[in-house]
Design a protein around this ligand. Sequence first.
Ligand SMILES: [Zn+2]
Length: 568
Amino acid sequence: MTKIRTAALALIAAALLAVSCAGGRPAEPADLILTNAAVTTMAANEPRAEALAVTDGKIVFVGDSRKALMRRGGSTRVVDLGGRMVLPAFQDSHIHLVMGGVESLSCNIAELETKEAVFARIREYAAAHPELPWVTGGGWALPLFPQANPRKEDLDVLVPDRPAILDAADGHSSWANSRALALAGITRDTQDPVGGRIERDPKTGEPTGTLRESAAGLVESHVPELGPADYINGLRAGLAMANRFGIASIIEARADGGILDAYVALDRAGELSLRVLASLQVDTDKGVSEARRLAALRQRYVGTRLKATAAKIFADGVIESHTAALLEPYVDRPGDRGTLLLEPEAFDALARALDLAGFQIHVHAIGDRAIRMSLDAFAAAGRANGFRDMRHHIAHLELIDPADIPRFKRLGVAANFQALWAYPDTYITDLTLPILGPGRSRWLYPIGSVAATGAVIVGGSDWSVSSMNPLEAIQVALTRRDPGDPPGEAWIPEEKVDLATMLRAYTVNGAWLCHEEKVRGTLETGKAADLIVIDRDLFAIPASEIGRARVLLTLLDGREIFRDPSFK
Ligand SMILES: [Zn+2]
């Protein structure tokens, strides 16, 4: 009975469709038509198409080029893409866009290989920024200077007119000029602070300009705090970079005052060129009362493209410094299992309260003990509150105990991987494998195993910790090799995933994570025209070349937010 009725309805629908195509009024002319393209829609039923049309910021047609061109009008822009790829715009689900941008505007001397190159960069930066009262930044490599001890006299020549302080790449030393030392009152008579050392000339006892550990704080306490304009300028720099990489939506990984003010300011000015879901920083010491404070922020920081409906909790630290919380001790430190940043009972209570208050919980968890505790807390929230569809997620997920892998799917918790980290660089070979040992190292970045359970996988860069380019991270998830390497043997090959899985992670699954899957994330009629054009079809090239592909065009609500100069 039911079957017959369905069939009859389908016939009626088909007849109506035929009428509207043949004799109905013609569709409104499109603003933009992309033809002759490798359109990957990320929709479940119609994965590939040839053409797409956009009107008023929305996708109005997906299909073949001939039919798309029927929507051409006098002011329609038509672009023949010559086989290039069209995808939904990317979402970065864990990024520090404002602070990364602020950092990118400071004097960046990372990855320079000679002292001369460092000096040249500092001189250029100081000349380009006469308005700054201080020159700050850093990234200098210790081996460039004798005894890892750069001299204030050199920095005095490079920055003669203002104080300057530049951090070493490892963050444990700083290099100051004479003006900075004078402002901080550091002389030959100044005692070394607890936990720090002022490097001195062995003959004269004069400070040389290098400050170790806490000694840097003597100068840093004089650096002016960031003001609203610094945050806004940082956000502008971050937006430009994100749009260039095809990113039209983000989850800000850790937001508070100055960061939120910058987002809301640019949203009101119409300059926020991507969608933002801000994860509000939770002060875990304050416990469940945080739910109330965060609810007030959620109400205050809302805009056209901004919402602050997530809460961020740090569960542990990082493996390299033995601060990630492990189920079994570090190999080189008997009895030391790292540190949980809050007790499981406190986490359960907090998760219950935040879940009940309608917050999505975004956790930083790296070690297998911190990950298990986070999953336990989500389970506790579910038992207490029932299913509330909050779409909680855990970011980083470096070491997952195999027993916990099926729990993501079971609990409806998304796995937020930073796939660019999943290859054996020196952080892994020198600082991770030796302290985890071979057995559990098999379970580092188990993206394939989590994906195989059917759990939702999403992707993020953690920029400025690592490259913002989603295509590089996608490549590494497929190859488990250095993105700069040619094809070869994968690291833990069982954990490789396929291209479709990773494209979903950066598009449709990201939209789902933001509760926006009904309005964006796939290229389907009626959805927002958040899309990108890539210079080659990713499905037609070897995985080891994906990171070299380039985004040529990024649209948000049909509006161009990035165009490569080579793309006409
Ligand atoms: Zn982060």
